[in-house]
Design a protein around this ligand. Sequence first.
Ligand code: ADP
Length: 440
Amino acid sequence: MNQNWHSTLIRHLLLLVTGCLLIGLVTGYYGWSLAAGVALYLGWTLKQLLRLHDWLRNHQPDEAPPDGYGLWGEVFDSIYHLQRRDQRVRGRLQAVIDRVQESTAALKDAVVMLDSDGNLEWWNRAAETLLGLKTPQDSGQPVTNLVRHPRFKEYFEQDNYAEPLDIPSPVNDHLRIQLYITRYGNNEHLMLVRDVTRLHQLEQMRKDFIANVSHELRTPLTVICGYLETLLDNVDDVNPRWKRPLSQMQQQGERMQTLLNDLLLLAKLEATDYPSDNQPVPIDSLLRTIKNDAQALSGQRNQTITLDVEADVALKGSETELRSAFSNLVFNAVKYTQDGGHIRIRWWSDGSGAHLSVQDSGVGIDSKHLPRLTERFYRVDSSRNASTGGTGLGLAIVKHVLLRHRARLEISSVLGHGSTFTCHFPPVQVTKSLSPDLIN
Ligand code: ADP
């Protein structure tokens, strides 16, 4: 085809030159007739170029190109075919995009596309019901301005989206939503939002049930324990043979009371997000009292308990919650360390925040148990537990308290050589301790 056009072009040019030479022969002006021929050819070429230019600029999508002659006709046709092919590809792509948009629009879950700065680019219909986004006025707005929840802002600005976030919907407080964020492309974000109200209600029912049962059991148990104590005080008047069963009943009663208290504390911890109390808690004095209590718990067991604290580092949070978490760790160390063992409590701060570690030279834990240790009622060895009087809820409480203080628990242990439980608090939770003179 190309070859054909080359030869046609050459033939045309030869014809033009021959024509000009013939006119030159007749008129005797070879030079002028050749110049006139070339000028005519250039003028015609320019005209075709202008027609092409006009058509390219002003043509309707389906308008065919103007009829061209010779090579120009071929050029017009090639451009037209290229355009048609381009249109067909674009049409197919548009159909795919339309189908994807239609299917995501029909999704019950919200899909939101955000640019690398967190501004809204595109969202489906469910995003309007779950997040209250408005089309088109919210386009280009920062998502943190539209989903106004302190935990969402914190979650969005952090880099770790491994865990989803549960918050109430900004549109309706009764709706509970779960957000998943994934990064893609050029640091853009894809946010998926699910309505988890039903799951949340079930979870709430479970928590309420445990809290209510624990609460209801507390009063009868207090009465039973009270009578048992009175009976034990006067056991000789009743029948001395009852002494052993009564004291065992009292022991188990106390265990149940501790269990109920732990369950109630866990229910309370789960009921709210972050500690309502966000006061500076002086950790040094808190640890000193815990150490004294641990010493009392250890009694005659000859354990060495050392405390090593950086005095002016305090934490923002709830003193009662922190006391319960730290004492759980320290008392566990006492419980699970043999007589004469060592327990070391350390509190220090550095660039990555503040840290509390409780290290013991006790029985240690097999590494296979470590991932599940903070689950409720998870026991490494149930027979050992019965003798220590543990409830199996201590570490679950520690985990919850730490979560509410944005901290995490690290456990390292070697079976038979002891364990170290370290709590890592981020710099946002750390503050300077007020000196006692200032407080008074
Ligand atoms: P418990 O009230 O039974 O101590 P926890 O939740 O506090 O329950 O602890 C869970 C389990 O972890 C315990 O049953 C115990 O086996 C193990 N554990 C906790 N702390 C230590 C420790 N310092 N040394 C060895 N084992 C430990």
